[in-house]
Ligand binder design. Structure first.
Ligand code: ATP
Ligand code: MG
Ligand code: FE
Length: 341
């Protein structure tokens, strides 16, 4: 089976061909980061315009790199949601046109399922599995008992981890996206400012990062008012240590409670060196296999969308030409071969 994946939910225009859900044949990503940098974040209008300009080129490039014709494909999988509506629509409409023109079935994929299935491109998933999803818009702990079954056991009550990284980076005057810069500073730091940890209720797997973000902002503000110089590396290290400790502790507790066979990390923040090292250490000590995709598969790409598409295709799920972008799409299961909506 060969699935063409298409991803345009945010600021990456991406297309990829994946064989049997686990082998990348081609993987093309056109990033718009340079265009959004000077605004300190993703500007939806600009994102849509870039997607329109890039989408056909990126799809053609994915076919060219794979040395394949559309007739050799089995289906087109596209990110249906969640994401920016104007951005999603470009990918969905491109997928519709491509599927219609080439007589291929079309499958609508949840972007976060994609981040989880990026792992399937590295090694087979084993169930029950715990997925620690840390991205620009999501922070969730999800239990999977089989392919295509998602049980949300914890999520953020306010900011996503990546959002907190980007906002803290902004007050430290670091370029967008700030995650990698904070990561680097924290790594080089010779000290830390200790910031609070939001544990919430004893038995909760939920997260909260807005208090931590405010603590950093207040610290910077107070230092400025007193005319004190701030060591940005110490701030970055303190912020990162708080995020990493809470994520690791909760993930470990959930893995024990649900007796999982495998733990995976997913999403852009899973590219974080400090988080990877902390999770690796904790699960090595616990004797539970832990995996995280290579950096290029942690951030947005279409190979992960094709990987999900393959699993849904195999389960018998098919979309149709009435598909639209769904900015608030919920993560629902497809394991029974039924698209829930
Ligand atoms: P979502 O997947 O929730 O829709 P998104 O697609 O915008 O959101 P991703 O592409 O998965 O998010 O991840 C982008 C986020 O990852 C940004 O917030 C970025 O700062 C963060 N990030 C990337 N690399 C690192 C890193 N090394 N350390 C921390 N954060 C990082
Ligand atoms: Mg992105
Ligand atoms: Fe993403």
């Amino acid at each position: 089976r060969f699935i063409l994946g298409i991803e345009t939910s945010c600021d990456e225009t991406a297309a990829s061909i994946v064989k049997n859900g686990n082998t990348i044949v081609s993987n093309v990503v056109a990033s718009q980061i340079e265009s959004h940098k000077r605004f300190g974040g993703v500007v939806p209008e600009i994102a849509s315009r870039h997607h329109v300009e890039q989408i056909t080129i990126v799809i053609e490039e994915a076919l060219k790199q794979a040395n394949m014709e559309p007739s050799q494909l089995d289906a087109v999988a596209v990110t249906e949601g969640p994401g920016l509506v104007g951005a999603l629509l470009i990918g969905v409409n491109a997928a519709k046109a491509f599927a219609f023109a080439n007589g291929l079935p079309m499958i609508g994929v949840h972007h976060i399922a994609g981040h989880v299935y990026a792992n399937q491109l590295i090694q087979p998933m084993e169930f029950p599995l715990l997925a620690v999803i840390v991205s620009g818009g999501h922070t969730e702990i999800v239990l999977m008992k089989e392919h295509g079954e998602f049980e949300l056991i914890g999520e953020t009550r306010d900011d996503a981890a990546g959002e907190a990284y980007d906002k803290v980076a902004r007050v430290l005057n670091l370029p967008y996206p700030g995650g990698p810069h904070i990561d680097r500073l924290a790594h080089e730091s010779d000290g830390e400012i200790v910031f609070p940890r939001a544990w919430l209720e004893d038995d909760s797997y939920d997260f909260s990062f807005s208090g931590l973000k405010s603590a950093v902002i207040n610290y910077m503000h107070n230092a400025e008012q007193r005319g004190e110089t701030v060591n940005p590396a110490h701030v970055a290290a303190g912020f990162q240590n708080s995020v990493v400790e809470v994520l690791t502790t909760k993930a470990l507790r959930a893995a024990r409670e649900y007796n999982v066979k495998q733990v995976i990390a997913a999403g852009g923040v899973a590219a974080n060196k400090g988080l990877r090292a902390s999770l690796e250490q904790a699960f090595a000590d616990e004797g539970i296999p832990f995996y995280v995709p290579p950096l290029s598969l942690c951030t947005d790409n279409a190979a992960m969308i094709a990987a999900v598409g393959d699993s849904m295709f195999t389960a018998g799920v098919r979309g149709n030409l009435a598909m639209n972008g769904r900015p608030g799409m919920p993560l629902t299961s497809w394991s029974k071969g039924i698209a829930t909506e």
